[in-house]
Design a protein around this ligand. Structure first.
Ligand code: BGP
Length: 479
């Protein structure tokens, strides 16, 4: 990387401000337009309970927030906030209803044409996640998801269909959402129905290997079919702090950090890092890695994208190992931090730490593609207008953006920032509607009541100003 180190105290010109979503959490219309079932259609409680046999009516994702029919209105609201970029995912099962067909479903492709048209009309750059926790159910149940090498070919076909159709209009692509989460949630992340406790390390790492090869093949394919495209990996960024200054805790933190670093290392360096090979050796894991796989892995990504919600602590003392409430990755709570209503610890400075860390480690441009606060919101009337006075969300986002700006001043190359759930959507981990992230309130409740009407929250105007001033409207926080 030869890019000159920047010394700046502001966001760069052309910085991509925007918001992020995923198909299964917003679209609804789960059986329209020729769409097949995805794993999400059988996850009415997110990761809290095992999947159901088929779709059940208590599954909020079946209708979600009806973006499938309301995308024009929603994109207009994003444009009103001044979005430069909108991150969304393509539902694999809209394009290949079962996942293993040879030809794509035209109706599915046409839907995303319309979404792209609308974004283009408003001058909003699309940022597309190819696979966001929505593996076609057929691939999960027939092949045991990514444990099967056959999924590489199916995914490659899917990517080919996307690059051929949208390659000239989509510049930024992400191959797999939060790819490192497969270690923790094999079904959600890898479409693997075998319960985690019955899954051997061998099978799990082989599945991961298949995903990594598929990701690299997508990168190679994008370069052939859509030469202007930029392909990024997407990982959960989770700074791991030692619980105490005891060197044993520091080493334990290093090991836990490696669990996530490995995914970035392979995507950026094109080969397995030594610490992971050692883990394989010492645990009797022997992966099937072909010469072709090695060649494929050498196609490294253009940028590194990540979600950032929290940091965790780690200890080498087994008596102190407790798993905190929190996102998919869990981790030991940090005694110095406060947590959200769902137990996710809030650590804006951790964002600066992780950005410096990734930049120094990989020297690839970074993209923050998820960050936000899931909270219970109350719809109230202010001057006759329905809204949510979400000062807590404004404070959260403000403090994280201030730290991102610090990291930029530290020399980090940051392409953009998309807040998670820019419009209220169904939660991934709990499948609740009441865990709201948006600038836009959606009238939809956990019991499936609600009109689906949209309302601007207080944070809507705040974000509009932040974007309009390219960050100058932020309030200085901790440094
Ligand atoms: C990430 C996922 C998203 C999203 C977000 C918030 O792990 O990529 O899909 O949902 O976390 O999580 P949750 O919805 O569980 O609050």
């Amino acid at each position: 990387m030869t890019k000159k180190q920047s010394v700046t105290t502001t966001f760069p010109e052309g910085f991509l401000w925007g918001g992020a979503t995923a198909a299964n959490q917003i679209e609804g219309a789960f059986a329209e337009g020729g769409k097949g079932l995805s794993i999400q259609d059988v996850m009415p409680r997110g990761i809290q309970t095992p999947p159901t046999e088929g779709p059940t009516e208590d599954n909020l994702k079946l209708e979600a927030i009806d973006f499938y029919h309301r995308y024009e209105q929603d994109i207009a609201l994003f444009a009103e906030m001044g979005f430069k970029v909108f991150r969304f995912s393509i539902a694999w099962s809209r394009i290949f209803p079962h996942g293993d067909e040879e030809t794509p479903n035209e109706e599915g492709l046409a839907f995303y044409d319309r979404v792209l048209d609308e974004l283009e009309r408003h001058g909003i750059e699309p940022l597309v996640t190819i696979s966001h926790y929505e593996t076609p159910l057929h691939l999960a149940r027939t092949y045991n998801g990514w444990t099967s090498r056959e999924l590489i070919g199916f995914y490659e076909n899917y990517c080919r269909a996307l690059f051929e159709r949208y390659g000239d209009r989509v510049k930024y692509w992400l191959t797999f959402n939060e790819i490192n989460s497969v270690l923790h949630e094999p079904f959600l992340s890898g479409g693997i129905p075998t319960p985690k406790e019955d899954l051997s390390q061998q099978d799990l790492y082989q599945a991961i290997h298949h995903e990594l090869v598929a990701s690299a093949r997508a990168t190679r394919l994008a370069r052939e079919i859509a030469p202007g495209a930029q392909v990024g990996c997407m990982i959960i960024a989770l700074p791991v702090y030692p619980l105490t200054p005891d060197p044993t805790d520091v080493v334990a933190a290093m090991h836990t950090a490696h669990d996530s670093y490995a995914f970035g290392d392979i995507h950026c360096r094109g080969e397995y890092p030594g610490y992971l090979l050692r883990h394989f050796r010492e645990n009797g894991i022997e992966l099937e890695i072909t010469d072709q796989d090695r060649e494929d892995l050498a196609h490294t990504v253009d940028f590194v994208s990540f979600s950032y919600y929290m940091s965790i602590c780690e200890t080498g003392d087994p008596t102190k190992k407790v798993k905190g409430a929190g996102n998919i990755m869990g981790g030991i709570p940090n005694p110095t931090l406060q947590a959200s209503e769902w137990g996710w610890q809030i650590d804006p400075q951790g964002l600066r730490v992780v950005m410096n860390d990734y930049w120094e480690r990989w020297q690839k441009p970074l993209f923050i593609v998820e960050n936000g606060l899931g909270a219970v919101d109350e719809l109230v009337e202010v001057d006759g207008v329905k809204t949510v006075v979400d000062d807590y969300r404004i404070a959260y986002l403000n403090d994280h953006l201030v730290q991102a700006r610090e990291a930029i001043a530290d020399g980090v190359d940051l392409l953009g920032y998309t807040t998670w759930g820019c419009i209220d959507l169904v939660s991934a981990s709990t499948a609740q509607m009441s865990k709201r992230y948006g600038f836009i309130y959606v009238d939809r409740n956990d019991d499936r009541t609600g009109t689906l009407e949209r309302y601007r929250k207080k944070s809507f105007e705040w974000y509009r100003q932040v974007i309009a001033t390219n960050g100058a409207a932020l309030h200085q926080g901790q440094q």
